[in-house]
Ligand binder design. Sequence first.
Ligand code: ZN
Ligand code: ZN
Length: 166
Amino acid sequence: MNIDISGIAKLYGTFLDVHFSEEIENLNYSEQKIEFTSPVNVSGIITNLGQIFIFEGSVHTSFKTICDRCLEEYQSDLDFNISEKFANEQQNNMDDINVFHGDTIDLKDAILSNIILNLPLRFVCSENCKGLCSVCGNNKNIKKCDCKEDNIDPRLEKLKSLFKIN
Ligand SMILES: [Zn+2]
Ligand SMILES: [Zn+2]
């Protein structure tokens, strides 16, 4: 993901089109294994803003992982926009600015951290996933079972016995 910016390095306001597609390694993200099923497609521009260069673009990839609820593997698309600033190592740099060396901007770390940022908070195969039966372990998306799942909060159970509401 190395981009040669020598063509725009000297002149303020000039920009460079960036388009590439590259395989990336699978991730282990808070105990979740993320397996990329398509290369990362990146499309955007890098603009010379004097002291800094800004990369703005869109990223598309897809991954498969295990559903938190039913434990089945599922696949999902991942699409997001990205905006990252870069400064040459000689410049004073602030926290939100990536550093580059010479005439080459390596987008890899910025893209990886944006991928992690854009992963869902919960990995579920579908919003309607019914998950597994807590009694027999059956996948309730596939078939029903007759188990009586006890979802009552134990604190409520205690109240119930106090007030004898059955
Ligand atoms: Zn599921
Ligand atoms: Zn069951």
